[in-house]
Write a protein that binds this ligand. Structure first.
Ligand code: GAL
Length: 664
């Protein structure tokens, strides 16, 4: 999708204003004033597009697309499958989802269609065909937005049948399935495929292999639905390009699988800025982690499909972005590899669920309101950074994030049912690396590790044999590996590994796990560096693993626990392996530990930091191509490398090279 400019705009819902042509006209003027060059249309338009079964009204949409186009505004056109008309849900109950407790939902809300229902697929096919026939080769339509925020699960009889077919395909025989799930436990062996049901609160929920496979199945249904919708459009629009908008820390879909199907990854970012439990820098890092994950899915620039210009209305407390935060977050997403900044939403709706959600144009329609002024300024600023457009990022460090592993950790019982804090663990490593000025990608267990210097395995509980071997080869060839506690515990069907663990990594790490103690929230164990035994280095929390060093070729302990019965046992070790080395972290430590650790580990691994020296804490440095972005997420103005001052929430952009040249 070569547009030559950063896409700038957002979700536009003109179907809510068809009785107000004056407002639709005003939108065109205001969009131009705000430098908008793209809108997403039709996401929730099905009742207007097909008010009665088989009766299609597309002229209104064509008129709007044409009028926008005449003003230089392009369209990302959605298929309307995320919300279906009431007539359909009433006439064809099977299109409504069945919940895990086996109750079929009444017509309600959105994002709740049955993805298996043949009738629903037929209805989606019909509307998508109409849209594709009419707009497939429209020069303004640059991208197709399939559905919206796909997710959730359906437990209807059609889905149960499909699940059984999926299992038959995967396992071939009931004997193989029973073994893979260890159903002999509590005498739950299946003797007929028809006995297998999806997990339910009042049904089976103790066979964790079943739960894990159900998650895989649900994910694959969404990917299949995406493929189905895309291919219908493609029949009439062979050159069309496709995306679907992804979400924050999303569980239901293995986005690596979805990414294989889309042309460009897109996602919706709604950070909870200014919450009392987090600094602005921490919120910025949490957001950056997601941007980097979505960049990594295809290893190429992505699209920010939605963000609020001001505030949401669904967070526990929906706070306004303070002045400067809208610009900071817009430039941050560009720095991390996006080729767009888009909002939900252009104009605030008058009624129902989202009437009090922020918008570029509010109910007062004023252009001197802060969201509009800030949006106008951002629209004016983006063209100054065009040299970053389409630019890929350098490869330095990678963190393993694998949906199968995350599902398995969450589905397991013990050792901490009070929460394993998987995302928290990812964030600790990510933040340490990002603060050190290192570009971070994410990989799963299928990814190539080519080009990376450092690889982190945070809580890779479900570790595939072939991936463990790949990790060892990575170190052998000179890479640096960091493995944490709760890694290498089970196989792909959540069966515990037999023998020494972390499975497949004991030679690499030079040690084996012997025990694991779970900690209450707030319970801490002091740790000291071996080189400085009198000074507390950090504290361990959540899970404390006890490890025994290998008898031959053991790891070197760098830090040890200094309390409890495991005092003196290694908490952090390093071990040389081939041309590289491997660190092992036996527990979760305090956040500051990771800053120091990664600064040193990256230097030793030969990774060059993009962060100029002597920057104040809270200033984040991000490199995209030749542009260096410095963003002040602290609470005081900061001094820039050229001696200038960077205001709180300010961004300075430099052209890198022999010297730094400021361009923004
Ligand atoms: C997104 C959704 C939009 C809108 C927005 C509000 O998750 O895709 O349609 O609801 O949230 O923040």
């Amino acid at each position: 999708m070569q547009t030559g400019k950063f896409l700038y705009g957002g979700d536009y819902n003109p179907e809510q204003w068809l009785d107000r042509p004056d407002i639709l006209e005003q939108d065109l003027d205001l969009m131009q004033q705000a430098h908008v060059n793209v809108v997403s249309l039709g996401i929730f338009s099905w009742t207007v597009l097909e008010p009665e079964e088989g009766v299609y009204h597309l002229d209104w949409l064509a008129e709007i697309i044409d009028k926008l186009h005449a003003r230089g505004i392009q369209t990302i056109l959605a298929t309307p499958s995320a919300t279906r008309p009431a007539w359909m849900a009433h006439k064809y109950p099977e299109v409504r989802r069945v919940r895990a407790d086996r109750v079929r939902e009444l017509y309600n809300r959105r994002h709740n269609y049955c993805y298996t229902s043949p009738i629903y697929r037929e209805k989606v096919r019909a509307i998508n065909e109409k849209l594709a026939q009419r707009f497939g080769d429209h020069p303004a339509v640059i991208l197709w937005h399939i559905s919206n925020e796909m997710g959730g699960e359906c437990h209807c009889p059609l889905c149960q049948e499909e699940f059984r077919r999926w299992l038959q395909n995967r396992y071939g025989s009931l004997a193989a399935l029973n073994k893979a799930w260890n159903t002999r436990f509590w005498s739950h062996d299946y003797s007929d495929w028809a006995q297998i049901e999806s997990p339910a609160p009042q049904g089976e929920n103790a066979i964790q292999g079943l739960t894990l496979d159900w998650k895989r199945f649900v994910s694959s249904r969404h990917v299949d639905f995406f493929r189905f919708e895309r291919d219908v459009v493609r029949q009439f629009a062979p050159n069309a390009r496709f995306t679907t908008n992804m979400m924050y820390r999303f569980h239901d879909i293995d986005y690596y699988e979805m990414a294989k199907e889309v042309d460009v990854v897109s996602w919706d970012s709604y950070p909870t800025w200014h919450k009392p439990t987090e600094t602005v820098e921490e919120t910025a890092l949490d957001t950056a982690l997601m941007h980097d994950l979505y960049y990594s899915l295809k290893n190429k620039p992505f699209i920010l499909m939605e963000s609020t210009p001001s505030f949401t209305n669904w967070q526990p407390i929906s706070k306004q972005k303070k002045p400067g935060i809208a610009m900071l977050s817009a430039l941050q997403v560009i720095a991390h590899g996006s080729d767009s900044v888009c909002y939900f939403q252009w104009r605030a709706s008058r009624g129902a669920e989202e009437k009090l959600h922020g918008a570029v144009v509010g109910h007062d329609g004023r252009t001197d309101a802060r969201p509009f002024r800030e949006a106008e300024e951002i629209g004016r600023t983006l063209p100054k950074l065009t040299q970053s457009l389409g630019v890929h990022r350098i490869k330095q460090a990678a963190i393993v994030h694998d949906w199968n592993n995350m599902w398995a950790i969450e589905g397991s019982c013990g050792p901490r049912n009070a929460g394993m804090g998987y995302w928290k663990e990812l964030a600790l490593h990510y933040n340490g690396l990002a603060r050190a000025g290192i570009t971070v990608d994410f990989v799963n267990q299928e990814s190539s590790l080519e080009g990376y210097g450092l690889l982190v395995l945070p809580m890779v509980y479900l570790l595939q044999e072939d991936f463990a071997q790949k990790v060892c080869r990575f170190a052998e060839n000179g890479g640096t590996v960091v493995v944490t506690y709760w890694s290498g515990v089970v196989d792909e069907t959540d069966l515990c590994r037999l023998g020494d663990t972390p499975y497949g990594l004991t030679q690499l790490l030079g040690l084996r796990r012997t025990e694991i103690d779970s900690m209450y929230d707030g319970e801490l164990r002091r740790c000291v560096m071996v080189s400085q035994p009198d000074k507390t280095a950090t504290h361990a929390s959540i899970l404390c693993e006890v490890a025994a060093l290998n008898e031959t070729d053991p790891a070197e302990p760098l830090m040890v626990y200094d309390e409890d019965y495991f005092a003196g046992c290694p908490a952090l070790t390093v071990h040389s392996y081939g041309k590289g080395q491997a660190y092992y972290m036996a527990s979760r430590f305090e956040p500051e530990f990771y800053n120091e650790f990664y600064e040193t580990a990256c230097r030793k691994a030969g990774l060059a930091s993009c962060k100029p020296e002597h920057l104040a804490p809270g200033v984040l440095a991000t490199l995209r191509g030749e542009l260096l972005f410095l963003q002040n997420c602290g609470d005081k103005p900061a001094t820039l490398p050229d001696g200038g001052e960077l205001a709180v929430y300010g961004t300075a952009v430099y052209q890198t090279g022999e010297t730094l040249q400021r361009i923004l």
